[in-house]
Structure formats: C-alpha cells, structure tokens
Design a protein. Sequence first.
Length: 344
Amino acid sequence: MSETRRPVQQIVGILPCQAIEALIANGAIAADSAFEPDQVQPASLDLRLGGRAWRVRASFLPGRHTVRERIAEVAMHPVDLTHGAVLERGCVYIAELQERLKLPAGVSARANPKSSTGRVDVFVRLLTDRGNAFDDVDEHYDGPLYMEIAPQTFSVLVRAGTRLNQLRLKAGQPPRLRTESVGVDLTGEIAGFRGRRHAGLVDLDKEDGHDPRDFWEPLRPQNGQLLLDPGEFYILASKGAVEIPVLEAAEMTPIDPSVGEFRVHYAGFFDPGFGTDEAHGKGSRGVLEVRSHETPFILEDGQTVARLVYEPLTEKPDRLYGDLGSHYQRQGLKLSKHFRVWGE
C-alpha cells in the first residue's frame, strides 16, 4: 500500500549563498564565462559587465519589447568594454551583463548597486526583456540581463568583468520582520565628504589607487549641523552601528521625501553577518550616499535619513559577510575601496 505524501510547504525568504550556488549548478543562473570564487556573497550574487555597451539618449523600460529592440531605438553609439572604456558623467549607457537567468517557479530576484558603486555616485539599474520595472525580476524569467549606468559626479573607467551591481534571490514573498530608522552622525571633526566637481577619472577596478583629496572635500559640521547644497553628492555615516543577524538580510531604503529635501541616493543590500560579533564586525556603521534636491537643506545630527528593512533567510548561509574579505566590515565613515584612506 503506497503512502500518500503531503506537499512540502515552500520556505519563504532570501536565498543564502549555498542556494545561489545550487541555482548556478542546475543552470538557473548561467554566465558567458566561469563564475569567480568570490562572486557569490552570503545572500547575493555579484553581476559582471559583458563586452558591449551603448551610449543612449534616454533611459527606458522595455515594456512589451526586448532590451535590444529598445536599444536600437535610442542608441547613439556602441561602446566596446573588452579592453576598458570611459563612461562619462552626465551620460546614460546600457551594458550587457555576463549573467543570464532561467528562474524556476517561486523564485524571483531584485538587484541593487554594490556599495562601492553607490559611493562613487554611479547610478545603476537592472533591465530585463519585457520588464515593466527596474531592478525586479519575476519568477520564470528566462533571458539576458542588462544594466543602465549613469555616472553622476565622476567619469569612470570600466571593462568587461567590472562588478557594479548585485542580485538578491527570493523564495516566495519574504515578510518584513521589522523596520529600523537610520540617523546621521554629524559629531566628528570630519563628518562627511562632498564630491568635487570636475575631478579626474575613477578606475572602478583599481582598489586603493586614487588620492581621495583629488576627488573629495572633507566636511566639518557646525553645532551638529551640515548644510546640504542642491545637486551636490555627500558621503556620510550612520549615527548608530548596523548589525545584520546571521539568519536575516536587510535593504536600506530612502525615507519619505516629505520629511526633508534630500534623499539617501542609493538603496543598498546588507548581507547576513554585517556588523556582528560572529563575523568580527561589531560596531560597523552604515555609510550613506546623500544628495540634496532643489533647495538647500540643513541636516541635524541624529536626524533620520533612511530605513533598514529586515527580511528572513530561508536558512543560515554557509559563510557570513566578510568571510571572503571585505573593505567595509568594521567601517566607520569610509569612502569607497577605490580611494586610499583619508590622511595617509
């Protein structure tokens, strides 16, 4: 007599590194070249630029079309990334990515800029064929991936293989466990940095290779206040430490614009283990990329500038944030990895 089996209820949550590696192994995630050992993070996958990009006259969503069909309508000229190319600030580009997806039922994805990308004010968004939203990938998506790239403050040098964004994969619709406010710290002698206009070129694959004084102006607050000028880009730090438990992941989201004429410019992923004792990161701060809008705005010490939204993982990851090395574990106020430490 056969035993009737009950259907297994799907575990809902963010997929950890071992689940991402399983998707790679079964072909749900594929790539033009072999995956690199450090490409899979504790709860996300770094995506790599392919060999081709296009300067376009406007951003777009594909809608009923493929990305390549829309590129044909708006492209100004192609850009060969094979041996490196400069992407000019103030311009918009669409680039092929090396990775492609064939997502199974129940698994969706969301992309976000990597920390180092946001900290040099490069605006990036993921595009999929026939997609109606940036950065979100629906279950069953089967096709290539593209990235919109728009450098805002610095022109940048990129090449095939450069990693500008990352992909988080989800089983079902993970619940929000909690939301925490993130305040800004304006107490230090240097409370932040403002990007210099008309600075030089940032090589996005060159670590510790740029003099920060050529690109950034240090900011010294007065009476716990900082005046944000319209259109300028700032690097600031969170008031309190950020800690992401090993069974959770978090995304930083902007606050409602009604509370201030500014925004934390790039939402960001925080992988499990960031800022925890278990991963030797106790006391890590969140770094904030801030841009003021149309009017000058006075920012106060401790003022809320963003929210951290926490979601569960389906299981504990095999490795935690920082296990493969990180420039940002145990960080305070810190520029991106492309710059030498301020004052050295």
